[in-house]
Ligand binder design. Structure first.
Ligand code: MN
Length: 129
């Protein structure tokens, strides 16, 4: 057993930009453990991930705010604090904040992440039209 108090280590919150659009902060809660990675991510309004998929799937625990989750086949949903989202292995998707609200989630990502293209402004607007 291993207990992590809030977040792992003394590393500063990351500011990833290559695989996200907009202002995002990511905090490592639990590093790779048996191929699973746990990150808490704060998305500013309009910020989102690029399109991507997870080798063995992903679970998102939406903890605060209001945001969007979208899959390549056109499933588009609003999510809010308390919602839990599962993406099966290989499903192409993105997640992010609403246009005028922040969104915070804790993500449990299993296996490698395959990063794809950015979510264009047109795709983003369409997601909540
Ligand atoms: Mn994901």
């Amino acid at each position: 057993m291993r207990v992590v108090r809030g977040r792992e280590g003394a590393n500063p919150s990351q500011r990833p930009s290559k695989t996200f659009s907009g202002e995002v902060r990511a905090d490592s809660v639990l590093g790779r453990e048996d191929g699973a990675m746990v990150l808490t991510v704060v998305f500013s309004p309009g910020a989102r991930t690029h399109w991507h998929s997870h080798e063995r799937g992903q679970v998102l625990f939406i903890t605060h705010g209001r945001g969007l989750v979208c899959t390549r086949d056109g499933d588009r949903r609003w999510v809010t604090g308390g919602d839990v989202v599962h993406f099966p292995p290989g499903e192409e998707h993105w997640h992010g904040a609403g246009p005028d609200t922040f969104m915070v989630h804790t993500a449990v990502s299993m296996g490698a992440t395959d990063w794809l293209t950015e979510v264009t402004n047109a795709e983003y607007v369409e997601s909540h039209a």
